[in-house]
Design a protein around this ligand. Sequence first.
Ligand code: IZC
Ligand code: ZN
Length: 424
Amino acid sequence: MKADLIIKNIDNLITLKGPNRPRVKEEMEDIGLIKNGIVATRGDRIVYVGKGELPEDIERHEETIIIDGKGKTLTPGLVDSHTHLVHGGSREHELAMKLKGATYLEILEAGGGIHNTVKETRRASFNELYEKAKKSLDIMLSFGITTVEAKSGYGLDDFDTEIKQMEVAKKLNEDHPVDVVSTFMAAHAIPPKYKDNPRAFMDLIIDEMIPYVAKKRLAQFNDVFCEKGVFTIDETRDILLAGMEHGLLPKVHADEIEPLGGAEMAAEIGCISAEHLVAASDRGIRMMAERGVIATLLPATSFNLQTGKFARARRMIEEGVAVALATDYNPGSCPTENIQLVMSLASIIMKLTPEEVITAVTINGAAALKLEDEIGSIEVGKKADLVIFDAPNLDYIIYHFGINHTDKVIKAGKIAFEKHNNIL
Ligand code: IZC
Ligand code: ZN
């Protein structure tokens, strides 16, 4: 067989080799490290992973690209499994409010926050949303992200705006090297006109929006912001169950700020993932472990909310919950695309080891998007999504924080990003 691309002499080849399912407990430490590694790809697939030289049956052709991995660390493409990628405007004015002590929920309650972004997203044209999100995708790619989830939720009861967001995500998935997985999330805030009657808004979501989104295949997942002043546990359950009836897989923003019991509910109905979980209870964590619900943790959000409260990641791992990490990129609670910063925060503040961190942004992130058979580890037959870090080892990427360590990103077998030379 002839390879199209070969990366050799890799100081630290981190394969994440193992079962195609979320990794738990000490499995999260087992990163399948190969010293002096070599990887070969053909088309969009990985065809060889090993040590030293290629076996004889893998040959070069005239145009085979050879990359020297000396001094480098190679990982699977990073998976950002929780973002609000497509939106209009930005909310930097909230910074001064937060510095004066206003909380995220107070700003939302006063008609700002998400409602502000709803106005901007309604106003923006398809092209404006596309260009803005594309810019973010380029930045994400530069940090090593090769697959990203994108939630709607800035149209709310304005279904056309919800659809516009999902259509933008779909078009970006077609046009951009980064794969975009779409999540429907009209249940992101209560629109002002439904303030006294949230059930009427839920009826709209359940009876009209969900069936349409599922039929048109605009999203694969369904998500709800279950939070004090937003959707209650019972309301969240009803919306997620309605989505499941139409084949939309359930995800939930759970116990981010107030301990409502979102983790318990996620386990009860079998969510693919519960996200945030800063205030998740012991019982909720145990139930998630039993039911196999992935915990998608978002430490950059905790950092930016200025509450000093972070999810109890160590406890979750000890209890057997599979942990994924994501940026939560959005204009309010987490305006950053920098997943490498998220990785450092997860380690420095939440005390995950570098091995657990890389597992959380690769195979566990892939599993949170139901893509564990396709991506998330460097194994023969999987998609050739690879990141070459200009770093001598994994610890270095996390320890030397706040900067971008990416040297090259290979997406589906093609070089999609190179340091100093973005050749999109
Ligand atoms: O725009 O504030 N938490 N949703 C739930 C968000 C943050 C996004 C936003
Ligand atoms: Zn979110």
